[in-house]
Design a protein around this ligand. Structure first.
Ligand code: UDP
Length: 259
């Protein structure tokens, strides 16, 4: 099946991570999957939600918010605040982002604080929730590293990286990482979240006024796992590069102070 952007069925869109784009956030990433771009910012608050105190639950909490900027879509999308309520889709997506990241965070190690993940869609072209999770995983890693540097944690609260991708059935074929055109045409819509050791965190899938076979399900899972493996390999190399850069700039800073 010919895809609108010429990709093979198992080919994800070009992925890019731009780290530390929001200097006041503890960790931030601008993630791009093709034309979908999402800003993921992590901030820490030295408080825990009231229900945790009331129920004497130890450790910290992680929660997420998601929104699409008004100019992220081809026709202006009104801000939720202007409507006076969060729309159902945003609320479903932010809960998915929070759940996904909590699956790889040790809340005890996080300590008595709240980690906020704010995901704002800059440009929407399908797969904004999955791009948000993939970007948030990196932003949380950066924030956890800062916690360690500032000696607010003795070991990193993030246990593994995660990434997410969409899959679907378009014209009877399984495709990975759907763009908006494909998403509109899809008879089946899937979102997959998995960890770097290949375990699933969440699988959301539904036929949109359509059904799907076991074979198609297996195909979507296979494409999804392979795409997530690629995304996590990219995340890892970006994180390693950023650590090397930080080590080099530390070294040159030390040299300057010695001179
Ligand atoms: N979309 C939009 N306006 C909206 C909701 C969605 O333009 O209010 C577009 C956008 O490109 C989005 C795509 O429809 O990425 C698919 O939306 P869906 O709800 O499936 O979420 P996503 O695939 O972004 O996670």
């Amino acid at each position: 099946m010919q895809r609108s952007d010429g990709r093979a069925p198992d080919q994800i869109r070009p992925v890019n991570f731009n780290l530390n784009i929001a200097p006041h956030a503890t960790g931030s990433v601008l993630v791009a999957m093709g034309n979908t771009r999402v800003i993921c910012g992590v901030t820490l608050e030295e408080v825990v939600p009231r229900w945790m105190k009331d129920q004497s639950v130890g450790g910290g909490w992680l929660t997420a918010e998601y929104s699409m900027l008004p100019y992220s879509t081809t026709t202006r999308k009104q801000r939720d605040i202007a409507k006076g309520r969060l729309d159902g889709r945003s609320s479903e997506i932010q809960r998915l982002i929070g759940r996904s990241l909590r699956s790889v965070i040790d809340l005890e190690k996080l300590g008595p604080r709240t980690m906020w993940i704010d995901c704002d869609v800059l440009q929407a072209d399908g797969g904004t929730r999955t791009a948000a999770i993939t970007g948030a995983s990196l932003a949380v890693s950066i924030a956890c590293k800062k916690l360690l540097e500032e000696k607010k944690a003795t070991s990193s609260p993030i246990l593994k990286l995660i990434a997410a991708v969409s899959a679907g059935i378009v014209g009877g074929s399984a495709l990975i990482d759907l763009n908006y055109e494909e998403d509109k045409a899809a008879s089946v819509d899937f979102n997959l979240v998995a960890t770097e050791d290949g375990e699933f965190v969440e699988i959301q899938g539904s036929g949109e006024e359509a059904t799907f076979t076991q074979n198609q399900l297996d195909e979507m899972l296979t494409l999804g796992r392979s795409a997530i493996r690629q995304l996590i390999a990219t995340q890892r190399s970006i994180l390693d590069q950023s650590e090397r850069n930080a080590a080099e700039s530390n070294e040159s800073g030390n040299q300057e102070s010695r001179n």
